[in-house]
Each structure stands twice: as structure tokens, then as C-alpha cells.
Write a protein that binds this ligand. Structure first.
Ligand SMILES: NC(=O)c1ccc[n+]([C@@H]2O[C@H](COP(=O)([O-])OP(=O)(O)OC[C@H]3O[C@@H](n4cnc5c(N)ncnc54)[C@H](OP(=O)(O)O)[C@@H]3O)[C@@H](O)[C@H]2O)c1
Length: 194
């Protein structure tokens, strides 16, 4: 990403797909992130809640990466803009997965109701806005969450918990973050439950 800034002499964007279903998760227990066992009951709720947890993680990831890029002391990093978005309620292949939880009849009904939601174009427009619009640089959108169409929006309260965002980064993302070991501001408090 930094090479992209240097070689193109342009700002670079990272756009993270999240969901309004992040609201279904109001806490993250870092010790249970990779639990194969059911955490919530019944199974239906567990599946939706896990999806919501992953989407909450997406927002926290975008916020924490944005914070780290801003604070790593490299001016090139400041030209990388990271934001997350909810594309809208759009019936795609992903929606076939609900059959597993609801059964094929209810799954079909959900898709029928979902077809009243946003269009593919609506969903793509928010992503394209974050990826390409000058607004992002001019309005300094960093670590923010957007909904259709290209509207900045306040996510759930826990999605604004920067301590949790840092803890989650350390638990999950650090092994993959090439610059984490050089980050002077990334020192983490002891791992906590939330
Ligand atoms: N559709 C909605 O209503 C909705 C609402 C909220 C949020 N979202 C989010 O929007 C994003 C896109 O969802 P969508 O509705 O467009 O789903 P989709 O039509 O099912 O597309 C999912 C895409 O992800 C790819 N993919 C899946 N698993 C992958 C893996 N392990 N590695 C690499 N690529 C993988 C698939 O590739 P293949 O085609 O090759 O399998 C496919 O291109 C997701 O993050 C979803 O959670 C969607």
C-alpha cells in the first residue's frame, strides 16, 4: 500500500465491507474468537451473532488500521485512507447461506423480502465512493463507517471502542501486519475481556 502511494504519487484507499448486522454483537470475548463451539443459543442466533461479530471486527479493524497509519510517523502512511461500509440489503449468493439456519422455505422468504432492499449498484456506489472519490481526502474520512448511498454513519457504540480495536488487532491481526513491530504507538494494554 505504501508502495502504491509512492509509485502513483496518489493517495491509496482501503475499503472494508461490513454490515448493519454488526449491531447484533454487543461484546467481543477475545478468548472465544476462534471457538468452534456454539457460544449463543439457539444455533440460529449463534450464526447471526457470529456474522455480526465478524462485521463488528471489520469496523474495528478499519478504525485501528487507520489509527496506526496516522500515528506511525511516516508521511506516506498518512496518504492511506481506511474506511468501512455497509453495502445495503442486497440479495446475492451470500443469502443462500441463510437456508442453513432458517430452512429453505424461510430462506426463500428472506430473499423475497430482501429483494425490496438496495440494488447491486447502490452497494457498489458506496464502495466506489470510498475507493475513488476526492471527498474522502478532502473531508479526511478515516476509520469511518458508511451506509448506502455513500453516507457517513455512526456505527454501534462498541464499534467506537478503540481499546477493544487495539486488543483485537493484537489478538488477530498483528501476525499479518508488516509494520506492526515498528509501530511506536501500538503498545497494547493487557488483553481484556469485553
Ligand atoms: N449482500 C448483502 O446484503 C450484504 C449486506 C451486508 C454486508 N455484506 C457484505 O458485503 C460483502 C460482499 O458480500 P456479497 O453479498 O457481495 O456476497 P457474494 O455475492 O456471496 O460474494 C462474496 C464474494 O466473496 C468471495 N469469497 C468468499 N469467500 C472467500 C474467501 N475465503 N476468499 C476469497 N474470496 C472469497 C466470493 O468469491 P467466489 O465467487 O469465488 O466464491 C465472492 O466473490 C461481504 O463482506 C458481506 O458480508 C453484504
Amino acid at each position: 500500500m505504501k508502495n502504491g502511494v509512492v509509485t502513483s504519487n496518489s493517495d491509496v484507499r482501503i475499503v472494508v465491507a461490513s454490515s448493519s448486522l454488526h449491531h447484533t454483537c454487543q461484546h467481543i470475548d477475545l478468548d472465544l474468537l476462534s471457538s468452534a463451539w456454539r457460544i449463543k443459543w439457539p444455533a440460529l442466533y449463534d450464526g447471526v451473532w457470529r456474522y455480526g461479530r465478524s462485521k463488528l471486527g471489520n469496523i474495528l479493524f478499519a478504525k485501528e488500521l487507520s489509527r496506526r497509519l496516522l500515528s506511525d510517523g511516516d508521511p506516506v502512511s498518512n496518504r492511506i485512507y481506511v474506511n468501512s461500509f455497509f453495502p445495503g440489503m442486497i440479495v446475492t449468493d451470500q443469502w443462500l447461506g441463510w437456508d442453513t439456519y432458517f430452512g429453505s422455505t424461510l430462506g426463500w422468504l428472506m430473499r423475497a423480502v430482501g429483494s425490496w432492499g438496495q440494488t447491486l449498484e447502490d452497494g457498489a456506489t458506496t464502495a466506489l465512493y470510498l475507493a475513488a472519490s476526492d471527498d474522502v481526502r478532502e473531508k479526511n474520512h478515516r476509520g469511518q463507517y458508511f451506509i448506502p448511498i455513500a453516507a457517513e454513519y455512526q456505527p454501534s457504540w462498541i464499534a467506537g471502542n478503540m481499546e477493544l480495536a487495539r486488543d483485537l488487532w493484537v489478538s488477530v491481526f498483528s501476525p499479518f501486519a508488516c509494520f506492526s513491530s515498528r509501530n511506536r504507538t501500538g503498545s497494547m494494554p493487557r488483553r481484556q475481556r469485553h
